[in-house]
Design a protein. Structure first.
Length: 261
């Protein structure tokens, strides 16, 4: 049975605030309370940070599949493809994917620098205690690598567990978010907001990252662009691909350290 035979229930703006706000709260609680707890238990900052993100992302992926089931779909690959709009990529989809990736990177770079300046100048107040230096926007760029290496702990070289953890986190990051936001939520928002859905959806997605609210300005071009392409093409794959490329870049320094480069 096709997805067209199961009419979707629209998501109003107040409902969307809950759909975005509840996951945002989970992330805030996980990052600001779980990280210090795990560090106190002897885990490294990197592992503590990774686990604090992984747990709510697993919940998001499970929630997306439960939403699929509650809409009357069996949980199988055919239903996932139909409902979450995982359509075969054509040449136009690939073109949109490439162009959107460039726009995201440029936008994130420009607005990210502006956001950093607002933090440094004191226009954006920071929490009294940021749970890990990996999130601290005040760290001097020259010291970023030192902070990163310290977060990995003294036994990172040859520790392929760090690579495995990063790959697992990346996988749940991409599919947990894309299935929930662009699979479950976006098509239902379109029933209310029509052609303007991407602006509302993208803005809410940026605000979802409340656990690092000081990065909102740099995230906004990425969130809006990805949401626009997902709605324009009625295809979730371009967002999955660009999301993977952008966030997957974190795997490169992990590999370099583990390999001892």
């Amino acid at each position: 049975m096709s997805s067209d035979s199961r009419p979707l229930k629209p998501i109003t703006l107040p409902m969307a605030l809950l759909y975005f706000g509840i996951p945002a709260l989970f992330f805030v609680l996980s990052v600001y309370y779980l990280i210090p707890f795990l560090i106190d238990k002897g885990l490294t900052e990197f592992i503590s940070y990774s686990l604090s993100l992984l747990i709510p992302l697993i919940i998001m992926l499970i929630a997306s599949l439960l939403a699929l089931r509650m809409e009357g779909y069996p949980i199988n690959w055919i239903s996932i493809k139909e409902r979450f709009r995982l359509k075969k990529m054509d040449k136009t989809d690939w073109l949109w994917t490439g162009v959107s990736l460039v726009i995201m990177l440029i936008g994130a770079g420009i607005f990210g620098v502006l956001g950093q300046l607002l933090v440094v100048k004191g226009f954006v107040p920071l929490p009294a205690k940021i749970p890990t230096a990996l999130l601290d926007p005040t760290v001097d760029p020259k010291n970023l690598m030192t902070v990163f290496l310290n977060s990995l702990g003294p036994n990172a070289k040859g520790n392929w567990g760090l690579v495995i953890l990063t790959v697992i986190l990346l996988s749940f990051n991409i599919f947990g978010e894309e299935f929930w936001w662009r699979g479950v939520i976006l098509p239902r928002q379109e029933l209310i907001h029509g052609k303007n859905t991407w602006m509302i959806h993208g803005t809410l997605w940026a605000l979802f990252h409340a656990f690092k609210y000081w990065a909102w300005l740099g995230l906004l071009p990425v969130c809006l662009t990805l949401s626009y392409v997902a709605q324009k093409r009625k295809n979730t794959w371009p967002g999955i691909i660009t999301h993977f490329i952008i966030n997957g870049a974190s795997l490169i320094p992990i590999l370099a350290v583990v390999l001892g480069k």
